[in-house]
Design a protein around this ligand. Sequence first.
Ligand code: NAD
Ligand code: UFG
Length: 332
Amino acid sequence: MILLTGGLGYIGSHTCVELLKRGERIVIMDNLSNSREEAMDNIKAISNAGFIFYKADLLDKESMRKIFRENKIDAVVHFAGLKAVGESVVKPLAYYKNNVEGTLNLLEVMEEFNCSKMVFSSSATVYGSPERVPITEDMPLSTTNPYGTTKLMIEQILQDYAKANKQFKVAILRYFNPIGAHESGAIGEDPNGIPNNLMPYIARVASGKLECLSIYGNDYPTHDGTGVRDYIHVVDLAKGHLKALDRLAKDDTGVFIYNLGSGRGYSVLDIVQAFEKANGIKINYKIVERRPGDIAKCYADATKAWKELGWKAEKTLEDMVRDAWNFEQKHR
Ligand code: NAD
Ligand code: UFG
């Protein structure tokens, strides 16, 4: 059995679908702090398969023990965490507690039940302001906000734990910018309130729920002056987790780190134009001041994941913007 913490969230739900499609038996735990129970029905409908669900919190160790007691968990895919950069600046303690303490609890319970395989959701944010692009896994790490620091701290904890416990193996996946949704439109990203991230914001401008996209700066040293990122279709990203689990099924132990990105950089205006072209909708936008903390360019060198996992992003930018819009229309 594979346990997915935070398995009803955006990336987790898509990974559940891919695991179920492959015939894996899964257990999902989630405290529903940033997801809804209805995601369960949608996962089941898309994959035509069932799973076990626990409404539980990582911070409640006894409820974590119950999951491991009642199921033979071979590996954990650890998505659960708080992820809003801006909120983490305002509520750092909540972020350290949930993300770091939650992961420590999980590792302790895994150890109690002799479970020694983990796939961990890290982020390109651990590269801070990268000195060059594309970014390789061996580049220096630093962070600029508490959310990013929780990811870096957890990576360090996993490294130290793997040194001390020779049975333990972990795949640290550094995601770049996941966007898009399952092609059915049944699951996708639906942030509460006004979205912080580019793609959900564009989708809401397209549907008329928000008036105008603010583009944060057009004076960056990029091909059109707007920020460049590595957008990756969430279904491609989900498939990367299956490849990481296959990697952990091999005999060797330790820490395996992979960038999961497309390896391509697109600017904000590239994304707006691709959305307009694929969906035939005009997006109102205005150029405003840079957003504090943003960097000019961030995109992956994903060669290591290809060489060692046999994984690469396959979907196009057109797929991403079309599926994001399909989800927005079906969902709201
Ligand atoms: P999400 O918020 O949609 O999913 C996270 C899930 O974890 C939610 O369903 C939430 O209810 C649950 N959760 C949070 N704290 C919990 C706790 N203490 N106990 C149990 N459940 C808890 O986020 P996502 O976009 O699917 O991201 C998944 C992971 O990937 C996160 O760790 C995130 O930091 C990381 N990540 C996301 C992105 C991105 O852009 N989406 C980029 C890099 C890394
Ligand atoms: N942007 C706008 N207007 C908006 C929102 C975003 O112009 O309303 C721009 C940003 O300035 C940036 C690009 O669109 O140039 C992407 O911004 P996002 O907020 O969508 O994504 P970020 O790259 O800033 O951050 C995301 C996640 C982080 C994660 C990071 C890893 O939000 O949690 O990717 O690369 F750490």
